[in-house]
Design a protein around this ligand. Sequence first.
Ligand code: ADP
Length: 382
Amino acid sequence: SISEKPNFPWFGMDIGGTLVKLVYFEPIDLTEEEKLKQGDTLRTIQRYLVRNEAYGETGVRDVDLEIKAVKLGDRLGNLHFIRFPTSSMYKFIDLCVKKNLHLLTFKIYATGGGAFKFEAIITKSLNVKWIKCDELEMLVQGIEFMASLNLDEECFFFKIWTTDSNFSNPFSMSQITNFPLLKANFDLQSKKFSDTYPFILVNIGSGVSILLVNSEKDFRRVSGTSIGGGTFLGLCCLLTGCKTYEEAIDLANKGDNTKVDKLVQDIYGGDYPKFSLTSDVVASSFGLMHIKDKREAATKEDLAKATLLAVLNNVGLLAKESAVSHNCEKVVFVGNFLKANTLSKKLLSHALNYWSNGKIKALFLRHEGYFGAIGSLINFAL
Ligand code: ADP
């Protein structure tokens, strides 16, 4: 019954190495009695959260990701998705205090490394019961929950019409198909995915974690790498002088990595057919940059593109190896590195398709960076 459930507000929080992800449940089924009881502070905060699209200097609400009328436990509400840089965490706490949030007593389910790092300051500044949750558990739990909502367009992939190795120009032939997450067993070229499980889950955040998911309760981390979204952003800032992720992606979209990378053709003068390496495959990331003329000719855009490819090739390879060694035909990619980054999604799709001869498919999810926070939030319903 309602009285046994914790009081509102309900927040799920994922404090990562780069970004804080906050999911807020806005109840839309409050009884008159509850409305009276909730008081001004909560009402004001609610209004502040759902009526704005930006908070402070760096907070953003991803309005297009909002989900209306979601059932969470026995309550009905809208899910709002908010993010800000982890470096603004102290400002965020100040803002909470300014908005009188410290006058309320409530629970927050928190995950990510920051759930540990910021516990002391948060529990000192706010009157919250801070419940720390394991980030990989929350990630899988969040995905399962979203699958259960069966949203029409949560999951998508790029249709690859060719199994050519042509990495530089397959993209006009790619096409998105949207379908609900539960139907991730949707057919494609082979007209069939056997089952939703098992799948390989690749979380590309600041770093990369790769999980084998056999079921909601049965999953484990099978691989990972420190060369992830943080590496892309950090190296881009160093190499191009850009200052934000958006700028870095923008540069990468306009660049030509063949001005920076050493390709198979640069070494062989053509294909290396014996091991099915075609001329346009990158043999050595940044491999041309020891040559003075090439270095001087490479633009910021080219450098950004090469950085993106270096990270992606590595993640793609680990994803493929993980899928092969665990007999999975589906690889699901999540994490904010893929945010507003269609180029990367297409490159990953193509790389997996190529290296597996069309056997392994790359799947993407619209709420890509938020699954850990969603997984935390739904603890209110469990
Ligand atoms: P974490 O939990 O480690 O913070 P995320 O899944 O939030 O990981 O992904 C962080 C990565 O997402 C960054 O390293 C960067 O590549 C990318 N990214 C996407 N949007 C932004 C942004 N607005 N600011 C910084 N990084 C961003």
